[in-house]
Design a protein around this ligand. Structure first.
Ligand code: MG
Length: 165
């Protein structure tokens, strides 16, 4: 189960401090899940605190990329709007897309963390590919049917692990 245990767990991506939680730990790059990590599945608008957090990352010199399993055009649309590179159709937890993400950013595994709202894709996939992986709570309870089924199982796996903030 170690592959499914997040290295750190936050309630919201914008609570990850670019300096204390990333740079001070030698992390200079983040691979960000999109749906329900950056972009709520109900409003389809990136919340203002997350826009500010992304701007903060950039100001601090942390490189970011959207790594999404989404097969539609929206990761690319949001990549353009947010000024972030995108690797979509990633098939997380399979490791195939992670190398492309690293090459796009010019990053190494050791200085990169994967961040997302699902244990079965973001955390398992990140660990399987050799990355530290941070879990965040989903931005909304609205999600794809199969994701909602998986979430029940994920709740059991994560058990009583409390978020840090
Ligand atoms: Mg997600």
């Amino acid at each position: 189960m170690a592959l499914l245990r997040p290295d750190r767990y936050f309630t919201r991506v914008s609570l990850i401090d670019p300096q204390a939680d990333l740079l001070d730990r030698g992390i200079r790059f983040v691979l960000l899940d999109m749906d329900n990590t950056l972009l709520p599945r109900d409003t389809h608008e990136v919340p203002s605190d997350i826009l500010a957090w992304l701007a903060d990352l950039s100001k601090c010199g942390v490189g970011a990329l959207i790594l999404s399993n989404n097969w539609h055009e929206s990761p690319f649309e949001w990549g353009r709007r947010l000024g972030l590179p995108v690797v979509a159709k990633a098939c997380k937890p399979l490791p195939i897309a992670y190398g492309r993400a690293l090459r796009t950013l010019g990053a190494t595994r050791a200085e990169t963390v994967c961040i997302g709202d699902q244990l079965m894709t973001d955390i398992w996939g990140g660990h399987f590919a050799g990355f530290a992986s941070y879990l965040v709570d989903p931005l909304t309870t609205v999600d794809l049917k199969h994701t909602l089924v998986l979430r029940k199982l994920e709740r059991k796996i994560i058990g009583g692990m409390p978020p840090e903030k």
